[in-house]
Design a protein around this ligand. Structure first.
Ligand code: DGY
Length: 431
């Protein structure tokens, strides 16, 4: 085993709490939804059963309505804010373990298909996938029922934390409309663990918490939240992840003889892909977010508009994204910046306003490779590994200097490194 893989595995073991991993101790002391699913891919290379356990644990806390929460608060920890006392979600899960009341990018369908495709232990993989299949499908149905009540084919996020790209420039205008008035006094903990210059601002946090209070006042009733939320945004990246997961779940359901799940999942993916076209911006050469509260596009060139290459978008769109990524690569030392460095709001250190994240790199590289843009995919993989060599396993990195940002010894960064050091899918692989 090479040294980088050994270091990555050691970090994953360090953050392993038995049946789930924490993203990093201190800053994020619980189980996060998309962190766990993507980390399972890394576990598979050295402990296949442990990979499945990671996802099983997450889905053991699925809400009765189908939602899969963004955080599961397995053990009390005062080092994090906002904890269960702020969320107060009540008894929405089959377990007494508290969770948050919002969700995160649905990568689970994609991840379990990949786990099954590469399984050394096929019997184990089929048993675990067969059990997870209806749970993941229930989550996908939840999205289209509660986050797309008008049946547009595209789902909305109701809180910036749902996107996973918490303080993206994409959310500046819609979040500005969320009045912080009435926010309960609070003390942040994140800035005691990480450099405040790398984290969201106080003004953003006030609005994040105000939204939580708003949803709490509606008793976390998902039938009401969408229309009542002042923040309702369609993120192309989030939708692309959902479409890819639906496509992958359909393929898996076919293999496992679950015809109904396969048909419904394929239907979701087809409608989602067709609707994605409405988010394309010819002027930007990429997709843009859509503010469902105002009915207008959000003209913000972020990585959310590049992520659709992860789904089976039409070949000319994939080629245009590859060209856009190549263009960004001329101005960035390390790909892929989470926001266009030429934009005035770009901030090379602050979380999702510029820095490079390996999980997004992984998804974009995978999509580019599948669409036949291997040169761009290889550049992204190469840059990702250079970042690790230069700066270790950080949460994210400055796109120009490789400065490590946010938390350190980060689980999903380690998992993605293990993935990058094994071949990724190429055209001709099962679509
Ligand atoms: C945080 O606490 O910063 C998380 O990103 C919320 O999910």
């Amino acid at each position: 085993m090479d040294d980088m893989t050994a270091r990555a595995q050691a970090i994953m073991r360090l953050n392993d709490r038995g049946a789930y991993t924490v993203p990093t101790s201190g800053l994020y002391p619980f189980q996060w939804n998309w962190d766990s699913c993507l980390s399972a891919l890394g576990f598979q290379h050295f402990d296949e059963a442990r990979a499945w356990t990671e996802i099983d644990t997450l889905f053991a806390h699925q809400w009765e309505d189908g939602m899969v929460p963004h955080i599961v608060f397995h053990r009390p920890d005062d080092g994090y804010f906002p904890g269960p006392d702020v969320w107060r979600t009540g008894c929405m899960t089959p377990t007494p373990t508290p969770t948050t009341g919002i969700t995160q990018p649905p990568v689970a369908g994609f991840c379990i298909r990949r786990l099954v495709d590469r399984a050394a232990d096929r019997a184990l993989a089929e048993t675990r996938a067969r059990a997870l299949l209806p749970q993941i499908h229930a989550w996908h149905k939840w999205f289209y029922r509660h986050r797309d009540p008008q049946g547009t084919g595209l789902v909305a996020i109701l809180h910036p934390w749902e996107s996973g790209r918490d303080n993206s420039i994409d959310w500046d205008a819609p979040l500005e409309r969320v009045s912080p008035e009435g926010v309960e006094p609070f003390t942040r903990k994140d800035t005691t663990h990480a450099d405040p210059a790398h984290r969201p601002t106080q003004g953003q946090y006030e609005r994040y918490i105000r939204l939580v209070q708003h949803f709490r006042d509606l008793d976390w009733d998902n039938a009401r939240l969408h229309d009542a939320s002042p923040f309702r945004v369609v993120d192309p990246g989030f939708n692309a992840i959902l479409v890819r997961s639906c496509t992958d779940l359909a393929a898996l359901a076919d293999d496992l003889g679950e015809a109904e799940i396969a048909a419904r999942s394929r239907e979701f993916a087809t409608r989602g892909l067709a609707a994605m076209e409405s988010l394309w911006s010819e002027a930007r050469g990429q997709y843009l977010c859509h503010d469902r509260a105002t009915g207008r596009a959000i003209d913000s060139p972020s990585i959310g508009g590049l992520l659709p290459v992860f789904a089976a978008i039409p070949a000319p769109r994939a080629a245009a994204l590859a060209a856009r990524i190549a263009h960004l690569g001329e101005g960035a030392e390390y790909m892929v910046p989470s926001h266009d460095p030429a934009a005035p709001e770009f901030d090379s250190l602050r979380y999702w306003r510029g820095p490079v994240w390996l999980i997004v790199n992984y998804m974009i590289a995978d999509g580019l490779a599948r669409a036949g843009h291997g040169v761009q995919a290889d550049r992204i993989v190469g840059d990702s590994l250079r970042l690790i060599r230069e700066s270790g396993f950080a949460e994210y990195y400055d796109t120009h200097t490789a400065e490590p940002c946010g938390g350190s010894t980060f689980t999903w960064t380690a998992a993605m490194v293990i993935e990058f050091l094994t071949p990724i899918s190429r055209p001709g692989d099962t679509a």
